[in-house]
Ligand binder design. Structure first.
Ligand code: ADP
Ligand code: MG
Length: 687
């Protein structure tokens, strides 16, 4: 049988049905899959050290003859020890393996072997501990060379994979090059097949470096192509150009009662400029909680209304929709702009009336939850969509809004707002199809929130402190973590931890204060009542799940308690902290944890010391990867190496190359390349 890339691994000798299932777990079904299963790292055993020079503690690869080998039992620890003496012309080395008595069947006295491993010097006894081994003579696969180390699964070791890969070498050159020749030439890359070969069987460190370079380049280049193609398509749409009304903008800022920060002015200007163009805006407005994004978006909506067009404002939750509705109404009704709200809870009669007014153009700004997109909702002339706490729009969401917009042949302008700072490298790569405005400056007078990590023995002191603050009239948030986020019934677990904490605090600690709780299983009207009670100062403490993470604004709250702080991501902790320090009082954030491990302490220390949301997001990306930082739904990334996503130089390089390539070429002329990009197009399309 001829071996090809399509051959199923189950047909290979030495694999068979026994390994078939195991390989499937690694996503390997065909020979092609197997060859595309790249090592995670490499061990450089290419340099052989003479035994005489391998006596100082360290890791070495040595070559020699086995003088003696045998098993013995350690009485004390009840384990089997295999002990050997290996010699080369410069000296001898004692070698031990633990619990591998079968080794003596394989390695015999007189065998010439290569060994790689750690050399220790304990109480004057120098020995090599549990080294990797290989007999000299058979074609070297592990030692005396740079050896690939794969991600292993039960029964499939790197050692086994090296043997199997070896049998596939000859089909590697059936892999077709998919990168255009001009790109390869400009970038000085090695070929695709050569890359695959060098990754599995590196000949020299230099060749391996070239192979890794190509691998990383491809990953980010394909991503850039996908993202830029998406942008190109968007830019082919038409939008309604909204003229800038300078007098009105001046009047608006005058009526605010405060001066916009420079960052707000800059963001507002960028948005207004986009609106004035006949192509749809596709912009993300980022800013820490409380940085004043809503005011900026309201000003943009005012411009749109004054030009005679409608704006839709979408929020992720009912509570937030109401909050935005309130602020927009206050800001815009001074200018006779009609603002209405539509949510799942709007009464039927009222809803019909609002739907009619939206359709007839009597309502100029419609606030609602994301769910209103599902409604049989038609606009008179929708020109602008603001969407809160969602980084970007999917293609299908856009299509829906376009249908509803009532403006024939045009696409609304889109502005996303997010308080989740996206690490700069991600905005360059994954978010390359978006223009970005950042509000990186807080309104004046905000005090830095004092942040402290509180071990269990200090908890009592914190409770005393909380009591004193509440006596002064201040309010407190207490956030409870998921006990086990991976467990089934997430909402149930959340509920349990919130309820327990609520009971404990109200019955045992703060019996003389009013405490309320908030969790996902509550009915939305009840949630709203609880939130309103807290916002109006009727309750002193709000015990909650991460629900309060987004949006809510209670300037009188000065303490944020986070139970089990070690269970949250850094960016999330930062969000929680942003809930306090919004008024004129000095505020505090206490991170409760009973986890004393060094990694946890270090992580929490970062929150204590760093106050810049972007720096925190970058740390989080490094620690937890993009999926966790952005949420699966937000990025839809295929398996991209986090290191690449953080590599600014690589991002710049691939971005420039993608631009250059797309300027002169049409992807349709490169079918192989186009096919490769499919995998990445979900990033831009959210589908
Ligand atoms: P974000 O949506 O970014 O979290 P908001 O727009 O809700 O922030 O603003 C938070 C609070 O700060 C609001 O009460 C708002 O009126 C106020 N605010 C916004 N901009 C300024 C400013 N430049 N100076 C003073 N207060 C401001
Ligand atoms: Mg907000």
């Amino acid at each position: 049988m001829a071996l090809t890339l399509n051959t199923r691994v189950s047909e290979l000798q030495g694999v068979g049905s026994k390994y078939e299932e195991k390989l499937k777990k690694l996503g390997i079904v065909s020979v092609e899959d197997m060859l595309l299963y790249f090592p995670r790292r490499w061990e450089d055993f290419s340099k052989i050290t003479e035994i005489a020079s391998a006596k100082a503690p360290g890791t070495y690869c040595i070559e020699g003859n086995i003088w003696s080998i045998g098993n013995k039992r350690s009485a004390r620890r009840r384990m089997s020890i295999t002990e050997a003496i290996v010699a080369d012309k410069t000296g001898t080395m004692r070698v031990v393996w633990f619990n591998q008595p079968f080794l003596v069947k394989n390695l015999k006295q007189g065998d010439k072997v290569l060994l790689a491993g750690r050399v220790e010097n304990k109480f004057g006894v120098v020995q090599m501990i549990s080294p990797a081994y290989e007999k000299k003579g058979d074609q070297q696969k592990h030692l005396g060379k740079i050896a690939p180390v794969y991600k292993e699964t039960e029964g499939v070791s790197s050692r086994w994979l090296r043997y199997e890969m070896d049998k596939l070498v000859k089909v590697i050159y059936s892999f077709k090059e998919y990168l255009p020749a001009e790109v390869i030439k400009r970038q000085g890359l090695i070929g695709y097949a050569a890359m695959i070969r060098q990754l599995h069987f590196p000949e020299t460190t230099h060749q391996l470096e070239k192979a890794e370079e190509r691998l990383n380049f491809d990953e980010m280049f394909l991503l850039q192509l996908a993202v830029q193609e998406q942008r190109k398509e968007l830019d082919q749409n038409r939008a309604i150009a909204i003229q800038f009304n300078e007098d009105l903008s001046k009047e608006f800022t005058k009526k605010l009662g405060f001066t916009l920060t420079n960052a707000q002015k800059k963001a507002a200007w960028e948005i207004i400029k986009d609106l004035s163009k006949p192509v749809p805006m596709n912009r993300l407005l980022e800013g820490d909680v409380g940085s004043g994004k809503t005011v900026v978006s309201a000003m943009a909506a005012l411009m749109v209304a004054s030009a005679g067009f409608q704006t839709a404002f979408l929020a992720p939750t009912e509570i937030l929709a109401r909050q935005h509705y309130k602020s927009l109404k206050e800001l815009l009704e001074l200018f006779e702009v009609r603002v209405e709200i539509l949510t799942g809870k709007t009464k039927k009669s009222e809803r019909e009336e609002i739907l009619r007014q939206v359709k007839d153009g009597e309502v100029q700004v419609l606030v609602g939850t994301h769910a209103i997109l599902k409604e049989d909702l038609d606009f008179w002339n929708l020109a602008f969509v603001i969407i809160d706490e969602q980084h970007r729009f999917g293609v299908s969401q856009r299509a829906k809004l376009r249908q509803k917009s009532g403006s024939e042949g045009t696409m609304p302008h889109f502005l996303s707002m997010s308080a989740t700072p996206i690490p700069r490298t991600l905005t360059l790569s994954v978010y390359g199809d978006l223009d970005i405005s950042v509000i990186d400056e807080m309104p004046p007078g905000r005090k830095k929130v004092g942040t402290f990590v509180i071990p269990p023995e200090k908890k009592q002191d914190s409770y005393e402190f909380m009591r004193r603050e509440m006596k002064k009239g201040r309010q407190i948030f207490v956030i409870c973590p998921l006990i086990d986020p991976s467990a089934a019934g997430q909402a149930t677990m959340e509920l349990r931890s919130v309820t327990a904490e609520y009971e404990r605090l109200s019955r045992m600690i703060f019996t003389d204060f009013k405490i309320a709780m908030l969790h996902g299983k509550m009915h939305s009207s009840e949630k709203e009542r609880v939130m309103n009670d807290f916002a109006s100062g009727k309750t002193n403490i709000l015990v909650s799940t991460s629900l309060v993470e987004v949006g809510v604004d209670v300037p009188n709250a000065t303490i944020m308690i986070i139970e089990g702080a070690d269970r949250f991501g850094l960016a999330q902790l930062h969000q929680f902290r942003g809930r306090v320090g919004r008024g004129r009082y000095q505020s505090y954030c206490f991170l409760f944890t009973d986890n004393q491990s060094e990694t946890v302490q270090k992580r929490l220390d970062a929150i204590v010391k760093i106050n810049d949301g972007f720096k925190i997001a970058e740390k989080d990306l490094d620690i937890r990867g993009p999926g966790e930082v952005l949420g699966e739904r937000q990025h839809g990334l295929p398996d991209i190496n986090t290191k690449n996503l953080m590599n600014v130089e690589l991002i710049r390089r691939t971005k420039t190359e993608a631009k250059k390539f797309l300027e002169k070429n049409n992807l349709d002329d490169f079918p192989l390349l186009k096919e490769k990009i499919q995998k990445y197009s979900g990033v831009a399309n959210l589908e």
